[in-house]
Design a protein. Sequence first.
Lengths: 233, 255
Amino acid sequence: MSLHPVLFDVPPYRLSGVMVGALLNDPAQLAALGDAVLTAPHKAPPCAPVLEIKPRHTQAADGDPITVPDGEDGLEAGASLGIVIGRTACRVSASSAMDVIAAYLICGDYSLPLASHYRPAVRQKARDGFCPLGPRIVPAANVPDPDALGFEVAVDGVVVQRGSTAGRVRSVAQLTADISEFMTLRPGDVLLLGRTHGVPTARVGQTVAISFSGLGRLVNRLQREPAALTEQA
Amino acid sequence: MRSARVAYGGAIHSAIPHAQGLQLADGRVLAEQAVVWLPPFEVGTVIALGLNYADHVKELARELTVSAKDEPLVFFKTPGALIGHRGATRRPAGVQFMHYECELAVVIGRTAKRVKAVDAMQHVAGYTVCNDYAIRDYLENWYRPNLRVKNRDGCTVLGPWLVDAADVPDPHALALRTLVNDKVTQQGRTSDMVNGIPALIEYLSHFMTLRGGDVILTGTPDGVVNVEVGDEVVTEIDGIGRLVNTIVGDDPFGR
């Protein structure tokens, strides 16, 4: 799985490879859990942003195949807005957070189904190539309202999810501010605003196209694990 | 062979041990405290294990709903969490429980994809010491341990030396300990890991390709206690290194 570096012609010119994604940032996702948020093991709704890290091995490009592990028929095909940091950000306020954002891009957020939200879902979500990016980086100046971007997910050409980035638990600015309170963000880091409730499933052999208004279309096909990969590299 | 990365005289250097401290690749011999110590290799993905010592699982068992039989508890860190030997780590004002964790750090040297445990050690370049702080006040039961607890700026200390794997005949037979202000507060042995290094590499490489520079923090044994501003915290592993860190407050950070 090779990541073709996503290059662009405005600062910070490249991605750092550091990616942090928000989970359960759509109120409908928490609402769907019902009373489970109040009982063990959670015992209370989340207070700080719920986050995951998507390391370099998860990152892939537009057009790269997404590998479905043996024994699984398909994957959850999540879609997220990606927020590209342009300036070093430590303890920025929500009111000034937009100043540190350089650009936006589409992030695919594939996963195996999760049994629980209690533990980091590394084996289910942080698999090789499960976070395709692109196809392009759109400067923030060209995205007037990142908190009201429409998106669509199509499987084999049929739209299976429609939504928008509006109405999140944390908006683009608030998420950026809250993360920068305890971890300094650097130019080229990417934050994921998070999935929208009602993520579709795609099966082996199907093609998933994620479109965000003004950001383009990210297309990846789901494939079976190539047999040759049973050998060590 | 041992190597470090240090900043000195306006540049970053590789260094080796010397009777008077350390020696840069360009020949200069320097005292240990004359340089700024960085993590001892160019760090790729940081993979951390929770609950990987039987006694630590027991220590936490009353509050956690897991047993040692469960799938390994894995989480990641970003590069901003890392600092080197003799650095300072911030304890935010008002927190009740911030603790160190002394851990054996396993550095990958060769790409590993779907590696069997029996072949796994060929992919290890070497070892270093990690002190992976946690601030438990921020613990929430969502994707636990959450980033606000375990991925804070400067809260993961690595070093001082990267020790070649060839110089560590049995990484599962090492004594490790933590000293707070010269008093031993944590002791354990790497033989007590629930999942040893080959099992961890097999497990991880089944779903993620490990690459040179990736590092696996193998978890900590029983004996984590609260640390306060001004404490000197030394995490050491016999044959690997002695890693020094100092706890500071909000003041130096203008908070």
